[in-house]
Every structure is written in structure tokens, then in C-alpha cells.
Design a protein around this ligand. Structure first.
Ligand code: SAT
Ligand code: MN
Length: 552
């Protein structure tokens, strides 16, 4: 790890991973349960005994001559009913420094734990960093995580995806709560009333930007403010008042650097000015960093993420531009440095949720926003989420993959049981929040995005909040309620009526095709798929066939 220029980047460090180790490796990630069916068809499964044996061989002697660090850490504020404790053993100083930003780590945690053995056991070694010996293993029955031969973020910061999502989703099912891949944000209206929203999007779909959104002029003038609570993970529990309450179990942001600029996310830029770790961005000899689609001109020369010399305009043999920063390069920054961090962000009670939002990248099909008819239909909407693949996942970029609740790579048990847990969860709730679906990424025939996105997304969130309080008007379509004309506040935005029409179009033909995708996805769960999901599928199919024209 390198220290960056103290004047320009006080307290900041640079780190470069191995070239084969730049994103989570989902194909090497396993849920290790005694019964294969408990991991379900969407997870890789390995028998626990075999997994311990196989990884044990890779771990044997792997830390020889290295320093082993012991990291006691808490996910969630200490003393909160939400909080879970973990201990990670690692031979990577990069892991230690990141965990110190991303989690509450240190002596307090050990004191809180006392004699109890109720903690997640995490073991990590970089070993030889080879793909052949890389395994990311979750043992939910043993509350244990083993990760070997990687040094990349989500593979090795065991508090994050491994504990706070995979293991926690399992614990949540047993204990009656939800561990979700969701940002949490507060929207304050001119009267000072704050509504909190939790929103699930797959990795690299703009969760960090949305959580730190700056209201457009039109809203700022009226006194609207946005508060950031979390950008990646939400733990959600029913409160005594019948509402749902959520905490962000993390204490930092591990965000994608490329594309972070003064337009997309000025708050993130301000946040990463100090005490931040940069991974795989472009580095310069004089201790500066840069990334594509960031701020300022690229430096005249630098060292690319892969350690090779880099210059602006560099192309490969086929003439393709060579980026200086890896598309999945990251910053790790303390949440407390975010200018919009919510005063409630580490409240042990969490924050009450007004609405739950699902979203993905769909160039076609999904309108800008729609509201599910009720909780059960909302669960169906989340269960059928899909998104085009980004640089955060291994696979062909741009291809649509089904990613229920953005949890496909993170659900620590059979996804059919996860759907059932969600359905049951809503049964006993007095005041279930509304469930919505958004798509900022719709394109026109020429492939251009038709919604400006970024700060303007507040207009959509505002409709969601108004709707949740029974105020905004909507029109019923087969997929749910879309804003009525005049429903969405578009004041001060230059957007043509035709574009609006396109943004909200619901094409029954496209949706019928989508429906067969739902069926194919659900088939893999066989008998285990809950009846509630089946019934929603049938109801949706009927609504679609009854529909002649689908737009408002
Ligand atoms: O999994 S990471 O924590 O590295 C980031 C992500 O994919 O969301
Ligand atoms: Mn994520």
C-alpha cells in the first residue's frame, strides 16, 4: 500500500490488487449447508466437510512468515438489538485498514462480547491469490466464513457481503428480520419532516449516488434535503409501533470510483478527500490519483490499475481505449465524512421506513416508476427484478440477469424460502410500507438514456413518498400504479411530453415476454416456490391478457 500526497490527499492510501482479483468471484463463492436444498438452486453449494477439507489444504501454511491480524468487529451500533459481532483473522493489512473504516472494530467489541460465543467466525488468507485456490465459503449452520486466495473487497472484508448479507440473511430468517442489499436515505420536506426509504439495486447501479443525492434547484429552493444513512446494506426489523425500522450495519462506503464526479456525486467527492483508501484507480508518481469520468483532466502520465505505465489516449492492439482506473476500482471512506450523513445514521433504533424500492438497469420494458398493489405483489415485484450486468459482476456486460431483490449473489439460503420469509414478514405487519419499482436507465431507439437521472431522481422519490402518504395520484396498469399525468412534479425540468409518454409506457407485448422469463426463473425452485408467488404470477398473467392498451 502507498501513502498519497499528504497535502492533496491527507490520510489517504493507495492499493493495487492482483490482476485476476478485481471483483467478487461469484463462481467461487459457496453456501455450505448440510443439505444441498437449503442452499437452493441459485447458490453454489458445497458439503461443509468437503469445504473445510478443501479450503483447509489451501490455508495450511498460507500465513507462514506473514503477520496475522485479529479483527473483532461489530455490524451495527454497539448495544443495538440489530447488532451482530464477528471476528476476522487475516494476513492482509489492506483488510485491516478497510475493516477499520467499514465496521466498528476494536476493544469495545470484545468487551461487549464478553464470554459469549455468539459471533461470526471469519478466517481469511491471501494465500497465493490464485484463482485455482480461491474459495469464498459461508457456513451458516456454523456461523463461519472462510475466504482464501483473494485480496478484493467483497471477497475479503468479511463483515460486508459474507456476514452482513449471506450469514445475516440466514440469521434474519431464523430470528424474524431481513438482511437486504439496500441503501437507506432520508428525504426531508420543507416542513422538516423526514421520510426514510430503503432501496435495492444490484452492484454498480448507482446506490451510492442515489443515497447521496443533491436535490435539484427547484426542490432545494423549497427547502428539501436528502440525508444519507447507508449505501449498500440494510438490516430491517418490525418495530413496536407496527412500522419497519432499518439500520445500516456498516460505518463506511466502499464505492465505485469511475463515474464519480461533481455532477454525479459531489458529496462522495467531498467525502473521499481524506482518510480514504483507493483501490485500483490510476496512480501518479507524485502521489495523486485519478479515474475515468471523474474530476479534472487526466494526468500527463500515470501508473494504471494493473501497474503498467499509462498515458491519456492509450489504446490496445485492437485500438480500444485502455482505462487508467479499473471499471470496478473503489474508494473506501468513513461514513462520518459524508457531508449529507444523517444525524440518525448510527441510532441504535434505526430509522422508520416509509417505502421500499426495487430497481435495476432495464434499457427497455420497465417504466420510470410504479407502485405494487400491496405487500404480496411487492414481494413478487422484488422477486422478479432483473438488471443488465455491470463491471461489479463477472459475466457478459449488458446481458440481463434476474436478480431478485438484488440478492442473487448474497442470499445465504434457498431463495424460494427467502421469498416465503418476505411474504410471511408482511402478513403480521400493521403498517407495511409501500413497495415500488424504479428504472432510471430506460433508453430510446437510438440508445440514449431518456431520464436525466442523478438529482432529478428526487422527483420520483417524492412521488413515492407522497403516494405512501396517500396524496399523489396514480393510474392503474397491469404491472402496478404509475403516476397520473401531473402526478410527478416536473417543474423546472426540460422534458418533452413524448419523452414522458415513453418513460411511463407499459407495453403488454414486452411484458408478456417478460412474464415467460419470470416463469423460467421460478421453475428451478420446483415445489419449494411459495404459493403466494405462484398466485401472483397467475394474477399478473391474467391482468396482462385482459389488457388492450397498456399506457396511461
Ligand atoms: O462486493 S463488494 O463489496 O466488493 C462491492 C459490490 O459488488 O457491491
Ligand atoms: Mn453492493
Amino acid at each position: 500500500m502507498y501513502a498519497l500526497d499528504e497535502k492533496k490527499w491527507p490520510g489517504c492510501l493507495y492499493h493495487r490488487t492482483a490482476k485476476n482479483d478485481v471483483a467478487r468471484t461469484e463462481h467461487l463463492t459457496y453456501i455450505c449447508t448440510s443439505k444441498k436444498e437449503d442452499a437452493g438452486p441459485t447458490n453454489n453449494w458445497m458439503d461443509p466437510a468437503e469445504a473445510y477439507h478443501k479450503a483447509g489444504a489451501y490455508f495450511r501454511g498460507a500465513m507462514k512468515g506473514r503477520t496475522m491480524y485479529v479483527i473483532p468487529f461489530a455490524m451495527g451500533p454497539l448495544g443495538s438489538p440489530f447488532t451482530k459481532i464477528g471476528i476476522e483473522l487475516t494476513d492482509s493489512i489492506y483488510v485491516v485498514l478497510n475493516m477499520l473504516i467499514m465496521t466498528r472494530a476494536g476493544r469495545d467489541v470484545l468487551e461487549q462480547l464478553g464470554e459469549s460465543d455468539d459471533f461470526t467466525r471469519g478466517l481469511h488468507s491471501k494465500a497465493d491469490l490464485s484463482l485455482e485456490k480461491r474459495l469464498i465459503l459461508q457456513f451458516p449452520e456454523d456461523n463461519t466464513i472462510w475466504s482464501v486466495s483473494s485480496g478484493y473487497g467483497g471477497n475479503v472484508l468479511l463483515g460486508k457481503k459474507c456476514l452482513a448479507l449471506r450469514i445475516a440473511s440466514w440469521l434474519g430468517r431464523n430470528e424474524g428480520w431481513l438482511a437486504e442489499h439496500m441503501l437507506i436515505m432520508g428525504i426531508e420536506d420543507p416542513r422538516g419532516r423526514v421520510d426514510y426509504i430503503a432501496a435495492a439495486f444490484p452492484s454498480a447501479c448507482g446506490k451510492t449516488n442515489l443515497a447521496m443525492l443533491i436535490p435539484p434547484e427547484h426542490f432545494r429552493k423549497q427547502g428539501y434535503r436528502v440525508w444519507t444513512v447507508g449505501d449498500d446494506i440494510a438490516w430491517i426489523r418490525p418495530g413496536e409501533d407496527g412500522r419497519l425500522w432499518a439500520v445500516n450495519p456498516e460505518t463506511g462506503f466502499f464505492g465505485v470510483a469511475p463515474g464519480t464526479n461533481a455532477h454525479s456525486n459531489p458529496n462522495a467527492l467531498a467525502m473521499v478527500r481524506r482518510n480514504t483508501i483507493f483501490t485500483n484507480v490510476l496512480q501518479t508518481a507524485d502521489g495523486d490519483v485519478w479515474w475515468e469520468d471523474g474530476e479534472g483532466e487526466p494526468p500527463a502520465e500515470g501508473i494504471a490499475w494493473d501497474g503498467r505505465p499509462w498515458k491519456p489516449g492509450l489504446v490496445d492492439e485492437s485500438g480500444k481505449p485502455v482505462p487508467g482506473a479499473h471499471p470496478n476500482s473503489r474508494f473506501t471512506a468513513p461514513a462520518s465524512q459524508c457531508p449529507t450523513i444523517s444525524p440518525e445514521w448510527s441510532n441504535p433504533r434505526g430509522v422508520p421506513l416509509t417505502a421500499i424500492v426495487f430497481g435495476g438497469r432495464r434499457s427497455r420494458l420497465a417504466p420510470l416508476v410504479y407502485e405494487a398493489f400491496n405487500w404480496r405483489h411487492g414481494v413478487y415485484t422484488g422477486a422478479t427484478m432483473a438488471s443488465e450486468i455491470t463491471a461489479a459482476q463477472y459475466g457478459k456486460q449488458g446481458k440481463v440477469r434476474r436478480d431478485p431483490m438484488a440478492m442473487l449473489p448474497f442470499c445465504g439460503y434457498n431463495m424460494a424460502d427467502y421469498f416465503r420469509h418476505w411474504l410471511d414478514f408482511g402478513e403480521n405487519m400493521e403498517k407495511p410500507p409501500g413497495i415500488f419499482h424504479v428504472n432510471w436507465f430506460r433508453k430510446d431507439e437510438r440508445g440514449n438514456y431518456i431520464w436525466p437521472g442523478f438529482g432529478e431522481n428526487l422527483r420520483v422519490l417524492n412521488w413515492i413518498i407522497e403516494r405512501s402518504h396517500g396524496r399523489a395520484s396514480a393510474v392503474e396498469t397491469p404491472i402496478g400504479f404509475v403516476p397520473a399525468e401531473e402526478g410527478l412534479d416536473l417543474a423546472g425540468l426540460e422534458i418533452s411530453p413524448e419523452t414522458i409518454e415513453k418513460l411511463f409506457a407499459v407495453d403488454p407485448g414486452d411484458w408478456l415476454e417478460e412474464l415467460s422469463g419470470h416463469r423460467r426463473f421460478f421453475e428451478q425452485f420446483g415445489e419449494r416456490l411459495p404459493a403466494g408467488i405462484r398466485e401472483e404470477y397467475e394474477a399478473f398473467s391474467e391482468r396482462l391478457s385482459a389488457e388492450k392498451v397498456g399506457t396511461r
